[in-house]
Write a new protein. Structure first.
Length: 251
């Protein structure tokens, strides 16, 4: 799995995006503001979701190699703004502390055992950075302070999403295809879809059947369903991109 950022850089960016999320909480007119990109959620609910996720993954990393995850946190987040911001900061500190203590190669439970991403703390850090970056984007929209995901974080996010959420050994149920995701401010990723599953590479052996083009932040927004696929230019037949978005290989 290619990884352009080392472990300390990943943790630094995770800390930065978490600080940006707290900034959105502080800037929002109200914590009951609706999140446009997460229909049905308020900003408070988004903060609770992300903060509980940081605590959950801190426990996962601390537990080490395990066939099952620890229990998910159930305690609600504080409803008062300053208390919520402090609670979220503590959530991030727990996760960063667990990751630093474990080190990048430490094994841990993950839900992506069929993907190309490894089951270790490095992959967990990448997953949490991606999750935090996208939800920070969501929170900034809700707060009325919209901002694109920073290019370095977006490039990391596209790579992580394709390796963790798209790659699998489950058979692709449609006609075989190779899809290219071409970042105008970064690399091009190729996703080969076949009866053998889905595999990501940056050095394809065949020309892509279709190419999605945009900045890394724009591609990341498409992958996470924040932007429609058709909002970006596609060279070739766009249908496999729609099939990929609808595919649930574990189902």
């Amino acid at each position: 799995m290619p990884n352009d950022l080392d472990f300390p850089a990943l943790l630094s960016l995770l800390d930065d995006r978490s600080a940006a999320f707290r900034g959105a909480l502080a800037a929002a007119p109200a914590l009951d503001a609706e999140v446009p990109t997460c229909p049905g959620w308020t900003l408070h609910e988004l903060a609770q979701h992300l903060g509980q996720g940081q605590r959950f993954w801190a426990a996962i990393v601390t537990a080490g190699a395990s066939p099952t995850p620890p229990p998910r946190p159930a305690e609600p987040a504080p409803v008062e703004r300053e208390a919520l911001i402090s609670w979220f900061a503590e959530s991030t500190d727990r996760l960063l502390g667990a990751l630093r203590e474990a080190g990048p190669d430490a094994p841990c439970w993950t839900w992506w055992e069929l993907a190309q991403s490894p089951q270790n703390a490095l992959a967990a850090a990448r997953r949490r950075l991606n999750e935090t970056a996208v939800h920070t984007y969501d929170a900034q929209l809700a707060a009325g302070t919209p901002a694109a995901v920073p290019a370095e974080v977006a490039r990391e996010g596209v790579d992580e999403f394709l390796h963790t959420c798209c790659s699998t050994t489950v058979a692709w149920p449609h006609a075989p295809a190779t899809l290219a995701f071409r970042a105008t401010d970064g690399p091009t990723w190729h996703l080969a879809l076949s009866p053998s599953g889905a595999r990501v590479t940056r050095t394809p052996t065949t020309a892509p059947d279709a190419t999605l083009r945009g900045t890394a932040a724009e591609i990341l927004a498409v992958l996470h369903g924040r932007t429609p696929i058709d909002a970006l230019p596609v060279e070739g037949d766009p249908e496999p991109f729609h099939q990929l978005y609808d595919w649930e290989p574990e189902a």
